[in-house]
Write a protein that binds this ligand. Structure first.
Ligand code: SIN
Length: 183
């Protein structure tokens, strides 16, 4: 129990937990904001046409909602090897204080893509980000499905994330416009 590891997921790790864990709990971290600023060459895009996925940026006073998982000590090496591979496109492991929805505070591992990583795309206007998400595809599927899954996972958590909600609206609109006859 003492050597168990807490992991905090704020992107695909909220809804796609493809690893062994013994406990899962909605959670929050402070001082970080979620942004679609990281390029995806391996999951939701390709090296020639990267998609956009989320990372965290420094944002004092802001809170970021996600899901925390407790991984039993014996499983930690296997799970970390799996996650390091899954998050290999520019993410590093960082520890951060995490507040679980039941009031506990734990130190949890997060995967963050820092601005100096090779796949970092950074900020752009919402329309540009939405357009890139709307058109990108990779081995893990359509980039817009990543956004849709994230948006719905956050709603299920009762979390408000204006950046994600706004991009969801824009990409949804782009999909509707595409379906209009003659468009
Ligand atoms: C995370 O989900 O915590 C990291 C980013 C991602 O894999 O989408």
């Amino acid at each position: 129990m003492n050597n168990d590891l807490w992991l905090f997921g704020y992107g695909s790790l909220i809804w796609k937990a493809d690893f062994e864990f013994v406990e899962r709990c909605p959670a929050n971290i402070t001082g970080w904001a979620r942004r679609f600023w990281q390029g995806s060459h391996d999951h939701r895009g390709t090296p020639d046409a990267p998609g956009r996925v989320v990372t965290l940026i420094d944002a004092p006073d802001e809170h970021c909602a996600g899901m925390a998982y407790r991984i039993a000590a014996p499983q930690v090496p296997t799970v970390l090897a799996h996650l390091d591979y899954r998050e290999k496109n520019g993410y590093d492991r960082v520890e951060t204080n995490t507040t679980l929805s039941d009031g506990r505070t734990v130190s949890a591992l997060i995967y963050i893509a820092n601005p100096d990583n090779f796949a970092h795309l950074g900020d752009a206007d919402e329309q540009t980000i939405a357009q890139q998400i709307h058109t990108s595809n990779g081995p893990s599927g359509a980039n817009r499905d990543y956004l849709i899954e994230l948006h719905h996972a956050l709603i299920e958590l009762g979390a408000v994330d204006n950046h994600v909600a706004r991009l969801f609206e824009l990409v949804d609109l782009m999909g509707q416009n595409q379906q209009l006859p003659g468009s």
